[in-house]
Ligand binder design. Structure first.
Ligand code: GDP
Length: 142
């Protein structure tokens, strides 16, 4: 089933010049980047996006990091795009991410929040996140 997902290269990925490499990996996985942006986030949108970790002790440091530089939000489309992107990214903790995954290859092995890339965890959340960052109301294909 073809679907949309929401992807965001975090400030560490942008600073390390990884946007083109990530784009290449997405295309090589047979997925299409249908929209692409460069944004400097504000605290409000970040608190909303990370509501599920907002009360964790690591959040203040993570928030400062996420606001420290530009991010590159993308809308990615294709067969099983949500799961395929999560596979390309690897697990949250870059230390546990296998080589060949984006986080395994480029994530910070000590500071968990510096894990290069965000990807929506479900087709439903992808639609919510696309609307949050692109102000576009999409529907997943039926
Ligand atoms: P994701 O879906 O793989 O991004 O993981 P989560 O939704 O669980 O967490 C959101 C983000 O919070 C992660 O991508 C990390 O940047 C950060 N994060 C999660 N757990 C930790 C942690 O234990 N320590 C730190 N420093 N950051 C974390």
């Amino acid at each position: 089933m073809k679907q949309y997902t929401y992807i965001m290269v975090k400030p560490d990925g942008v600073e390390a010049g990884l946007v083109r490499e990530i784009e290449k990996r997405i295309k090589n996985a047979g997925l299409e980047i249908v929209e692409f942006d460069v944004q400097k986030l504000n605290g409000e949108i970040l608190d909303e996006h990370y509501a599920h970790v907002k009360d964790r002790d690591f959040y203040p440091e993570m928030k400062a990091f996420m606001l420290s530089n530009f991010v590159v939000p993308m809308i990615v489309y294709g067969e099983n795009a949500v799961a395929k992107m999560r596979e390309l990214m690897g697990p949250t903790n870059s230390n546990e991410a296998p080589a060949g995954t984006i986080r395994g290859d480029y994530g910070d092995k000590e500071i968990i929040n510096r894990n290069v890339i965000h990807g929506a965890d479900s087709p439903e959340n992808a639609i919510i996140e696309i609307e949050r960052f692109f102000k576009i109301k999409l529907e997943q294909p039926k």
